[in-house]
Design a protein around this ligand. Sequence first.
Ligand code: NOJ
Length: 572
Amino acid sequence: MFLKLFLASVLAASVFGQDDPNWYKTATYYQVYPRSLKDTNGDGIGDLKGITQSIPFMKSLGVDCIWLSPIYKSPMKDFGYDIADFYSIDPIFGTWEDFEELLATIKAAGLRLLMDLIPNHTSNEHEWFIKSVQGQQPYADYYVWKPSKGIDANGSQIPPNNWLSAFAGSAWEWREERQMFYLHQFTVEQPDLDYRSPLVLAEMQNVFRFWLQKGVDGFRIDAPAHIWEHEDFLDEPPSNDPNCPAPDQFCALNHTYVKDQEQVYDILYAFRTVVDEFEASTGEIKVLMSEASGELDLTMRYYGNETHNIIHFPFNFYLIWEISNATDARGVEAAIRHWLDAMPVGRTANYVLGNHDNGRLASRVGADFAMTNQMIAFLLPGAMISYMGEEINMENTFITWAQTQDPQGCNAGPDLYQRFSRDPQRTPFQWDDSNFAGFTNGSNTWLPVNENYLQVNVAAQQAALYSPLKIYQRLAEARKSAAVKNGSFDLRVVNDDVIAFTRVLTGEINFLVVANTAYEARTVNVDATFFPLLPIKATVFTASVDSPIQQGDSVFTSVIDLAPRGGVVLTF
Ligand code: NOJ
């Protein structure tokens, strides 16, 4: 009933810029990890109906676009990143009707939907792989097959080279039936597709077409750097990385041959042409975002060049990599400038603070600085990508070895799993203080609920006067303003501890963000820093929960009080 009323009301209202050709450039993207948002059938695993029920909540957050981690048919060896059929929904999540209802609810709310697409590999239960193992045409060459290098002293087949899986151990697996090894850069159950076969590319382009025709607004492309391997299949050199804990871990080698090959960009461009063709025939603006590889110059190439647009924006992980470690204002400045200075002119910047592969923001930087990071990321120019739970400052959950589910954790073994497992950031969403944090009415959950759910939950934060959730909502609101969408951007180091920036558009409400990296309170005068731009007084738009100044307060820009690791957003 509530959902129907909600749908009727948002339909009646004018919806968020459906026809805006620039919608993706400044949108807030909200990543949903489907297993963990809301379970409606009591099996302890989140489902599509649960996501549909949560759309009013997402609308209330002020986000614009949902990125859905994979929901396709899958044996779930990598929790959906091992797809057995690109054209069907896994029953664990629901049915086609459930998907259609979700999409309709998203559209009716004026939101958008991006699917996660995994072109590098499939599940070993995919029909293509089953036929490929049997050598059936045309599937024989759909995957990367290589002969053995001989038999070792134990009578085992010797793999073609030393390549390692991103989840530890050899990247090669022997199949008796085919008398060859196949390549898997992730789990054994995720064989790599071979894009040397034009048929594979054509198949994947059809997958893109199918989902575009279903009405989705674009895709997040998984692991693009791994799509192509060097044709000589030579051993990779050792990395000699002193922080790499074991010789069978991915970090033990320099990945000169399995990642970032020149052909990667051609394959991605072939995906982009499908999106462009669709846009040309429908007038609808669709978007491609992608994971990014480590090297900045290689990542920038995903944007394309003057003649070829490729990815609308590859993920900018610099806020994760660098703000997390920043202990002073210059560290934060560097984390921000890294991307902006390298980005080709006219492209869309973006900021990622967390996702299902990285430890939770609040655990990495502390709850206070987490919201300060949000203030920074939400007000910077470009797109913003949020991971569900960041709005309430969810933290990593301790998972025992026996509870470990993530293949990256399992493969690392009991001594190392805590370093590699991604389970801590994937635990059930914390809705309220009822059983299992309101995630399920069932009697168990696929990963344990964080013990802090009694304090850290949506209901409690909605009821509080000041809370991370309230800050998040204000920030998402600010993002829709003209100054944040199109205004100038001026970033300054105020002193060793404090960084500040403005977003200004003449005639509009303007913003000043001031962030304190120090573990003690600070009071700053930013007048000289931005002279002569700022007015004498500004109004607090939102501030850290424990800030001495709060929403609606009027402050002199010469005396801005900041909580330890806190931030404040002022309007003028
Ligand atoms: C990146 C995804 O984000 C991760 O979760 C997955 O395990 C790998 N790619 C393999 O698909």
